[in-house]
Design a protein around this ligand. Structure first.
Ligand code: MGD
Ligand code: MGD
Ligand code: SF4
Ligand code: MO
Length: 800
């Protein structure tokens, strides 16, 4: 690892210690995470902030990281420096956590933001690669030189290979509106003749692709406040104590206080389980559909299903409710009873696959079927799998069988009520004139064999039989680490990137020299959210919108993405079209004015400057309530107008092994039942962890004190291999290996090991990663709908 990374700077030491004490990270590591931070901590935080010097100005702002949060950050500024961070203490009601004005309190990372902006590792000047690509040799150049080089390469590549050879990589380091480099570059490229577009995302690609086959729309969740009506809440591959998801934690706490039970289904005993849940149902990765089929078996055989709901609102649940032209034995009921395969999906059958004992499966089945309203909520954890589309559809089976859809306190499927709560003007991105796009996860494929890629690879916008006009030859990577670190199979990825004849030019803008920046030709030092104005909507589970306000002047002469892209636009001769004569700040004001036209309560720019945030009041959405109240006039947007357990569209794809028409348990190539387990017997994956947002903060010494990067392994698996807590271990498979210390803990179920995703790839001389970058083990092979299966992997571990 870069020596800089953990170097301690003496004058930061005191700050770090008092930071940990103050943020509570030492005392209560298990529950830290956004709104899960206890009100006790907030009192401490307020005390700390009130002790800040009288002449400090407190400026409200918000981070633009893609962390599932978007919290109110109060920067205490003195002499142009941020000297302290505090957070929301909205006390419009005696009880601060009230439904009308829920607080949006910072998590442990947010409370350490000073170390982010003032990190000694920040890039300070534009850099030009001088050694081989990836070697890490750069020289400092001026902004003018950098812009000229980018413009020249942009024009050369566009001329030689056509505009579709230029690609803006998936990147989430800045997820505001105008601050978001990867969308702003799309405006520029659209105006410069078009580019190769992308669709889908690394977060919930499988959910987004699969949910329409069941419900006709891609988002099927309700607003979080409806959880206050739930009696039982199942968190299925969801861990909001670490991942936040807007106001989820607050509503979970409130629901619990009202008597709701909370269960988690997860191979790990998560922080959410520790902080909030009543019980934990561990299953092996990717086997959830076996659990669900067995629960359905119990429900059907004990006649616990809501038959009236099924017969009125659904198709495909039994043989009497199937679409025309489908042979007998294809319904979900027939699958569960084993009509065709002669394998009834009994709890005993599922126990062998999932690792969860049969009596526990029966217990869960009976409880979900007899407790109403029951909210079965799917996280993104279950979708980032090779069979993720199936797991995603499977996650809606129990709510469907029990009629927990369209009622407050129930929950239908993945996603949140996007757009129905937050109404605001986006930064305008013109349509890409080329109209072609690839699934974002296929970017390495498109570098190597773009001209062979067509509809079968998920390319959209081509005429039938056509393939892409060019391979990717130029990449704009704006505030992202997916070029290398966050994409799969790092070793294969860097082999592709090192070949400069394949992708000829790569521009990265970032604040740190990340593993992705290292593989770039030009690296630009851009601003943090503290150094620019932006309008920032939350994830769709939040109920607020922020002015992420400029707090201090840009450090080291760094420029915002919009500023340097305006210079690039001028160089390309499209400045007026790109800027429309507006500065970044003028665009933010314009977006606020436009938002006010849609929502008259939207605050003015000046009000936003003062408060930082606009908290919405009218937030209740019970998904599919209209359909359930009056189906005739409000059919589901599916071909049948009903909820489709069986999808004729999927059936017609004629690929029943990978894409069955009903959500079945599927044995995948690198799953726990595959042949490969003989060589690599353990499932391995990387979850989203509280000390980082993806790879952001991996280099923060403060966050290292919050949580170290370790390989988690169950005592049974550890003992078999002679591994003790704290031993150095090598984790390996066919694609790569890393060495890291082991954390032996029964919080992981046997057979499954894991390391938090986002560690910075840091190879030693032999090419063995020393930081536990999970993506040295993951695959470029996409799931059936072209998404990232980064949680589906096998590996072996040995002591070193
Ligand atoms: N602190 C922090 N917060 C974040 C992020 C971050 O990096 N750090 N990232 C943000 C982003 S962009 C996203 S997309 C979200 C991610 O949110 P999620 O995708 O929900 O997060 P994960 O940690 O991948 O998975 C959630 C849980 O699912 C479990 N899980 C994984 N596979 C399976 C499975 O096959 N079956 C079952 N039952 N459980 C499974 C994991 O153990 C984990 O506890 O979080 C957001 N919030
Ligand atoms: N194996 C595995 N891989 C995964 C996942 C997984 O669960 N497992 N999760 C996937 C998911 S859901 C996602 S969303 C992606 C996320 O992957 P990325 O979108 O690459 O997210 P980060 O790794 O956080 O990288 C963001 C970059 O922005 C930079 N940055 C941070 N703050 C600022 C700022 O204020 N200004 C500027 N200019 N730059 C900034 C950071 O230094 C960092 O390099 O990873 C995916 N990869
Ligand atoms: S990192 Fe995300 S969750 Fe944490 S304080 Fe910042 S915005 Fe909130
Ligand atoms: Mo994500």
């Amino acid at each position: 690892m870069n020596e800089n990374i953990f170097r301690k700077i003496s004058n930061f030491k005191m700050n770090r210690r008092s930071f940990l004490k103050w943020s509570g990270a030492v005392a209560t590591p298990a529950i830290i995470g956004g709104t899960a931070v206890s009100s006790n901590l907030v009192k401490k935080a307020s005390a700390a902030s009130s002790s800040s010097k009288a002449d400090a100005t407190i400026i409200p702002t918000c981070s633009t990281l893609n962390c599932g949060g978007k919290c109110l950050i109060k920067a205490h500024v003195q002499d142009g420096q941020i000297v302290r961070i505090s957070t929301d203490n909205d006390a419009r009601d005696e009880n601060a956590d009230n439904e009308e004005y829920p607080q949006i309190r910072a998590c442990v990372r947010g409370r350490g933001y000073r170390r982010h902006i003032y990190s000694p590792d920040r890039i300070k000047k534009p850099l030009k690669r001088v050694g081989k690509r990836g070697e890490g040799k750069f020289e400092e150049i001026s902004w003018d030189e950098a812009i000229k080089i980018i413009a020249k390469e942009n024009n050369r590549i566009k001329e030689k290979y056509g505009p579709a050879s230029r690609f803006s990589l998936y990147a989430t380091g800045q997820t505001g509106t105008i601050g978001s480099g990867d969308t702003v570059i799309q405006r520029l490229l659209a105006q410069d003749g078009g580019f190769l577009g992308r669709y889908s995302n690394y977060s919930s690609g499988q959910h987004g692709a699969a949910t329409p086959f069941t419900f006709g729309v891609s988002s099927a969740g309700s607003s979080c406040n409806t959880l206050l009506d739930s009696k039982l809440i199942i968190l299925h591959g969801m861990n909001p104590a670490e991942t936040i998801f807007g106001h989820f934690n607050m509503y979970l706490r409130m629901a619990k206080a009202k008597g709701a039970k909370i269960y988690t289904i997860d191979p790990r005993k998560t922080d959410t389980e520790v902080a909030l849940a009543d019980d934990w149902f561990p299953v092996k990765l990717g086997t959830d559909n076996a659990l669900i089929a067995a629960m359905a078996y119990v429900i059907f055989t004990e006649k616990l299903q809501d038959q009236k709901f099924l017969d009125t609102f659904c198709i495909g649940h039994d043989e009497a409710h199937m679409p025309e032209g489908v042979p007998a034995g294809e319904s979900y009921y027939s699958y569960v009873m084993g009509v065709k395969d002669k394998t009834p999906k009994t709890p005993e059958w599922a126990a062998k696959i999932t690792g969860l004992p049969a009596n526990r499966i029966k217990q869960l089945a009976r409880e979900v079927a007899t407790t109403k309203p029951m909210a079965w909520i799917q996280g993104n954890g279950i979708n980032r799998h090779m069979n993720g589309e199936q797991l995603s559809r499977g996650g809606s089976i129990i709510p469907i069988l029990t009629g927990n859809i369209g009622i407050s306190g129930g929950w239908a499927g993945p996603g949140a009520p996007n757009g129905t709560i937050v109404k605001h003007q986006e930064f305008p991105i013109p349509e890409n004139p080329l109209g072609i796009s690839i699934p974002c996860f296929r970017y390495t494929d498109a570098i190597v064999r773009g001209t062979e890629m067509g509809a079968a690879d998920g390319v959209k916008g081509l005429e039938e039989g056509q393939t892409l006009p060019s391979n990717i030859k130029m990449i704009y990577n704006m505030a992202g680490n997916c070029l290398v670190n966050q994409h799969s199979d790092i070793n294969k990825t860097i082999e592709i990137l090192e070949d400069e004849s394949l992708c000829e030019f790569i521009v990265t803008s970032d604040i740190y020299m990340t593993p992705s920046a290292k593989y770039s030709d030009i690296v630009l030092p851009t601003c943090t959210f503290f150094e620019q104005n932006d309008l920032v909507p939350p994830w769709s589970y939040g109920q607020h919108i922020f002015l992420s306000q400029k707090v201090v002047e840009p450090l080291y002469g760094s420029l915002t993405e919009y500023e340097w892209m305006s210079k690039l636009a001028a160089e390309l001769g499209i400045e007026q079209e790109f800027t429309e004569g507006r500065t970044q700040d003028e665009w933010v004001k314009w977006m606020i004015e436009e938002s006010k036209k849609v929502d008259p309560d939207f605050p003015s720019y000046e009000e936003m400057q003062k408060n930082g945030v606009y908290k919405y009041k009218d937030i209740t959405v019970v998904k599919f309530e209209k359909q359930i109240k009056d189906l005739k006039n409000n059919p589901f947007e599916t071909p049948s107008g009903k909820i489709e357990l069986f999808s004729k569209d999927l059936f017609d794809m004629n690929n029943p092994e990978e894409i069955p028409a009903i959500p079945k348990h599927i044995v995948v190539e690198e799953g726990p039942e595959s042949e490969l387990t003989k060589k690599y017997p353990l499932q391995v994956f990387g979850w989203h962890v509280k000390r980082r947002c993806h790879s952001t903060w991996d280099t923060s010494d403060w966050m290292e004190e919050v949580q170290t990067q370790e390989l988690w392994i169950n005592p049974i698996d550890a003992e078999k291999r002679g591994i003790k807590d704290g031993d150095n271990v090598e984790v390996y498979n066919e694609r790569g290996k890393f060495v890291i210390s082991a954390k032996v803990s029964s919080r992981f179920m046997p057979g499954v090991i894991g390391i938090p995703q986002g560690g910075w790839y840091d190879p030693d001389k032999k090419g063995v990663d020393r930081r536990g970058a999970i993506n040295v083990l993951t695959t470029h092979k996409a799931s059936p709908f072209h998404c990232n299966p980064q949680h589906t992997n096998l590996a072996e571990v040995k002591r070193v």
